[in-house]
Write a protein that binds this ligand. Structure first.
Ligand code: ADP
Ligand code: F6P
Length: 320
């Protein structure tokens, strides 16, 4: 393997730049040329790529977002689109591709590998932490800490005004951000897509708190659990409490990556290059504890996202 390309795809995540940096620096270490593709699969189809050197990734490990930008590219879902992308790589004698993204990007990488034999390696870059084959995805730790900082600020003002805040966090169909930010933030209630929302139970928790003198509270709502307006309406109807709401939205997608995300991204970027150096393709890399693992893409995508039932129940215990 003498020449590879790297791209970022799908929703961006803090730490993607650290992964790009690791891919570029490890490639340089192993005397492999590396091209950076702009705007994910769209740039691949449009042949929008440029060679990258160690210097191109200087002063990037601490930056959120992705210096290669990202895109959602429906055309890559088509064989014709992937064919154009394969031609872009073939014209440059590139036969390895690192895809930094989420499950959708990995489905694209798998199709690309199967259709055209391009050796692809996926690095899990998404704040959702919704890939069952790996303990953590790059961006998750930073997003949870961003949400936690917001919850800390909300706790101050809610306690000043005897109010309960419903704070909605991202995660698409996953409750991972909500669960971890909720526990760390001392939330009274955490609502996740993995569990049915029982408004009577939630109201009972808040009313029980009021009975023992709790005059304010935090409800953390994962965006995929239930519409925010429904939560507000149902809880107002069941309690005499004063509510406000905040949607954290895209602030969870930016910011300087935490140590954990920078280290994870660096380890996974190196392993991705080492797999391509060994002429292995059709894999994704991930973490299991402190170890780096590699799993065939098809097998990885078949593993359902992990939901920590025990931690969810413990969160309830702590909120009483
Ligand atoms: P994420 O990677 O964060 O899950 P998306 O689901 O938007 O983000 O996927 C990112 C890109 O991956 C899509 O815009 C598309 O170009 C490509 N993609 C997603 N699913 C597939 C698929 N089943 N086949 C081919 N390409 C896909
Ligand atoms: O997948 C990451 C994510 O931030 C989800 O948590 C969120 O629901 C989605 O992307 C938002 O997608 P977009 O950036 O296309 O609006």
């Amino acid at each position: 393997m003498k020449r590879i390309a790297v791209l970022t795809s799908g929703g961006d995540a803090p730490g993607m730049n650290a992964a790009i940096r690791a891919v570029v620096r490890a490639s340089s270490y192993y005397n492999i040329e590396v091209y950076g593709v702009e705007r994910g699969y769209a740039g691949l189809i449009e042949d929008d790529m440029h060679m990258m050197s160690r210097r191109n990734v200087s002063d990037t490990i601490q930056r959120g977002g992705t210096i290669l930008r990202t895109a959602r590219c429906p055309e890559f879902n088509t064989y014709e689109g992937r064919k154009k992308a394969a031609e872009s790589l073939a014209d440059r004698n590139i036969d390895g591709l690192v895809v930094i993204g989420g499950d959708g990007s990995f489905r694209g990488a798998l199709d690309f590998y199967k259709d055209f034999g391009v050796k692809t390696i996926g690095i899990p870059g998404t704040i959702d932490n919704d890939l069952g084959y790996t303990d953590r995805t790059i961006g998750f730790d930073t997003a949870v800490n961003t949400a936690l900082n917001a919850i800390n600020n909300l706790r101050d003002t809610m306690s000043s005004h005897d109010r309960v805040v419903i704070v909605q966090v991202m995660g698409r169909h996953s409750g991972e951000i909500a669960l971890h930010a909720g526990i760390a933030g001392g939330a009274e209630v955490i609502l996740v897509p993995e569990k049915p929302v029982d408004f009577d139970e939630v109201a009972a928790i808040l009313n029980r708190g009021k009975a023992v003198g709790k005059t304010s509270g935090i409800v953390v709502l994962a965006e995929g659990a239930c519409p925010l307006d429904d939560v507000m309406t149902e809880l107002k109807a069941r309690t005499g409490l004063s509510f406000r709401s905040t949607v954290l939205g895209y602030i969870q997608r930016g910011g300087s990556p935490t140590m954990a995300d920078r280290v994870l991204a660096s380890k996974l970027g190196i392993r991705a290059v080492e797999l391509l150096k060994a002429n292995k393709g059709g894999y994704v890399v991930g973490s299991k504890g402190d170890d780096v693992v590699e799993v065939e893409i098809e097998k990885a995508l078949a593993i359902p996202p992990y939901f920590n039932e025990k931690l969810y129940e413990q969160a309830k215990m702590l909120s009483l």
